[in-house]
Write a protein of this length. Sequence first.
Length: 172
Amino acid sequence: MKKLDAYSVSIGVLGAVDTFLTATIILVPVWVTFIAWASFFILGGKSAGLKQSIASNLTGIVIASLTLLTITALGGSPLIAAICVGLGSAAMVQASKVPLLVAIPAIVWGFASTVGTTVATGVPITTVGITNPGLVAAAAMILGGLFGYLSEFWGDAMTTSEVAPARDQTRV
């Protein structure tokens, strides 16, 4: 099977599985898993892409959580929020100085997914326990990265190599 067709099957089937699991058993936002899944592929896939994607996404989650906690602690006015988000944005860029975290967009996806999870669930970042939006976003990002890895592995396993016929070296 051609690679694109094989990936269509693996991603299509696993996308359905992901959607079902996140709606019934692993209650995390499916859209966050899909963002992490895309992050995995954009960072090159394989083990290295998984490691870099998860590290970058989690870094964004930590920065977003600290940003949201600071906004809450300082009263949450629009000016405070703007300043804190600006500082958080600068922190994301600074974090990219670490070789594993060079992909700034993957850090931003973790940040945005945390803020989005907070807004979508209505659960404040100050919540203690497994419903904390930072923890929920982290679980979703890791799950999405693993789905990316699995879809690539399965897609590659279904891909047939298309070897070009050997040229006849006796003719000039």
